[in-house]
Design a protein around this ligand. Structure first.
Ligand code: 4AD
Ligand code: MG
Length: 434
């Protein structure tokens, strides 16, 4: 059989009454009188296998007692209709061949502590909720790419090893780079995307990014995946409009294709449908006033923390943009606001329900002189930014872009509060295995 001739559960919808062979894993077994059941997972879905004395081969019926949680099997039988499963099929089993045994799989349906589960992440990924989560993560990533490709973008991959600090010099992981001293793991691909817009106008990158922040919160990983987009001739208002359209496109896609999995996560699709209305927009100054009116002690000039972000969004089901933050709390490359030079043209997109910042974006400083001044003021090594400054010498244009943290977006859409669950193998301050 060629690889593309193999059938999966999802292919059985129109094969009722036919006999077929599938490959997969046993999720559970159960007996009821003379009937034997097994939960069967093949990577495309889950369905039930039914063994009936007289219909199932005797040897297979006998061998049922050797099946354990996560035994890998080859299963042949007749496809039948079923009410419960995703594709409304089950299999009346004729024959099972055990491919790999599995004694005492460590993760059982009982409650396990999070530390145990994270230490067994390589096995935990097979659990129903985890399967649902990563199906939706994949759907989200595909939707983002589709939106970008449908809207004049091309993918430009950015380097992981770099010398040009993108965000915060304090949060860098260093790597010995031959006899050239230290290189850093990229915190962002943005600067390289900025170089690419003069060639392609609208570009994106999607890859792992690294932050050596000592943050032990439910929103911080030391390695996370970021989709970054950069657009020529976009000001920060265009930037926000674009982000809003992108997020709605992604939500709609998850509603269209992921409802079954949202069910496994006990995530109410109605909550997500409400996100399709217009997003809120507050200037930073308006946000501070609003927060103060709600009892917050924040003062103008301070960054918004998780409690402020929650307070700002908890009266509404839609995300909110906060734009024009004070210069002091943001990165060096953001464009100064002419109307109020204490601030820069940027925005954070805050997800509702306490999920907080999912996107950080800005219009970029396009003046060579202003950018150079800013690099010096922030004490960054100018020699590492010569190439970046060049971009302002040869055909500089108004441009903007943003970075979307995939783990935070997935967490919000799936209603999973901690990002350690929304990436396959989380890297946290206290964890780099498995
Ligand atoms: O706001 P950030 O730091 O922005 C940038 O890196 C820009 N260079 C992006 C750009 O304009 N091209 O990060 C962007 C997003 C955040 O909104 C958040 O969703 C996510 O990346 N993020 C993290 N996710 C998990 N763990 C962390 N430690 C994160 N830091 C940022
Ligand atoms: Mg940010």
């Amino acid at each position: 059989m060629r690889w593309n001739e193999r059938l999966y559960i999802k292919d059985l919808v129109d094969k009722i009454g036919e006999t077929h062979t599938l490959y997969g894993w046993v999720q559970f077994t159960r007996k009821s009188g003379k009937i034997r059941f097994l939960g069967f997972r093949d990577g495309s879905s889950i369905m039930q296998g039914v063994l009936v004395q007289g219909e199932t081969d005797d040897a297979t019926y006998e061998m049922f007692k050797d099946l354990r949680q996560e035994t890998s099997i080859k299963m042949t039988g007749m496809v039948q209709q079923s009410k419960q499963s995703q594709y409304k099929v089950e299999m009346l089993v004729k024959e099972i061949e055990i491919l790999g045994t599995s004694e005492q799989f460590p993760i059982t349906p009982k409650e396990h502590g999070i530390d145990f589960l994270l230490s067994n992440r390589h096995l935990w990924l097979r659990s129903k909720k985890q399967v649902a989560l990563f199906r939706i993560r994949s759907t989200i990533i595909q939707a983002i790419r589709d939106f970008l490709f449908e809207n004049h973008f091309i993918q430009m991959d950015s380097p992981i090893l770099t010398r040009s600090v993108g965000e915060d010099p304090a949060g860098l992981f260093g790597v010995d780079y031959f006899d050239m001293g230290t290189a850093y793991l990229a915190q962002t691909g943005q600067l390289y995307l900025e170089a690419s817009i003069a060639a392609h106008a609208n570009v994106f990158c999607f890859g792992p990014t690294f932050r050596a922040e000592k943050s032990k919160t439910r929103r911080h990983l030391t390695e996370f995946w970021m989709m970054e987009a950069e657009m020529a001739f976009f000001d920060n208002d265009d930037n926000m409009d674009f982000q809003e359209d992108l997020i709605k496109y992604v939500i709609q896609r998850v509603l269209d294709r992921g409802e079954w999995y949202l069910g496994h996560l006990e995530r109410d699709p109605e909550v997500l449908k409400q996100v399709l209305g217009p997003f809120k927009r507050y200037s930073y100054s308006e946000a501070v006033e609003y927060l103060q009116s709600k009892g917050s002690e924040i003062k103008w000039g301070e960054d918004l923390g998780a409690p402020e972000e929650t307070l700002l969004t908890d009266d509404s089901p839609v995300p909110a943009f906060v734009y024009d933050y004070p210069k002091e709390v943001k990165a060096f490359y953001m464009k100064e606001n002419v109307e109020d030079p204490r601030t820069v043209k940027c925005s954070d997109l805050l997800a509702p329900e306490g999920f907080g910042e999912i996107i950080g974006g800005s219009q970029r400083e396009d003046s060579h002189e202003k950018l150079l001044t800013r690099i010096k003021e922030m004490d960054l090594p100018v020699e590492n930014y010569e190439w970046y400054l060049d971009l302002r010498k040869y055909g500089t244009v108004v441009h903007s872009g943003f970075g979307l943290g995939i783990e935070r977006l997935v967490g919000w859409i799936c209603g999973v509060p901690h990002v350690r669950e929304t990436i396959p193998f989380p890297r946290l301050m206290e964890r780099v295995t498995p």
